[in-house]
Design a protein around this ligand. Structure first.
Ligand code: 5GP
Ligand code: ZN
Length: 107
């Protein structure tokens, strides 16, 4: 838990952000500024700055993100029609929150 990190605060339940899904290792919530009709953020509870900072023991966390995306896409009704999953990495890649998160975006 990094006190100055927004996604640490959100994932620890210290804000009023509503979770659509939560497990021991991650939370899912809606992006505050959606880029499309459906825009979810899938966020590990562990503070990892970006994809560049993944360690070997983070493999299971990354798998957890994907395996959370799959049912969320179903719940959002876009599994069949399609959606995008992506990470922005560092400033040049569009990352503005330096706590790892995966975007799930669909029209
Ligand atoms: P990044 O560009 O770092 O990959 O994405 C960060 C995302 O977090 C942005 O799409 C932005 O709209 C979203 N975001 C920033 N602050 C908040 C917040 O306080 N609550 C929620 N739900 N989303 C946020
Ligand atoms: Zn953090």
């Amino acid at each position: 838990m990094h006190d100055d990190c927004l996604f640490c605060k959100i994932s620890a339940g210290r804000t009023d952000t509503e979770f659509l899904f939560e497990t021991e290792t991650l939370v899912v919530f809606r992006d505050i500024n959606p880029a499309a009709r459906i825009h979810l953020l899938i966020v590990p509870k562990k503070h990892i700055r970006s994809i560049n900072d993944l360690a070997d023991d983070d493999r299971s966390i990354l798998a957890d993100l994907i395996f959370a995306a799959k049912p969320m896409a179903g719940e959002m009704g876009v599994a069949g029609s399609g959606y995008r999953l992506f990470f922005n990495v560092e400033r040049g890649g569009g990352q503005v929150i330096f706590h790892l998160h995966m975007h799930l975006v669909a029209r």
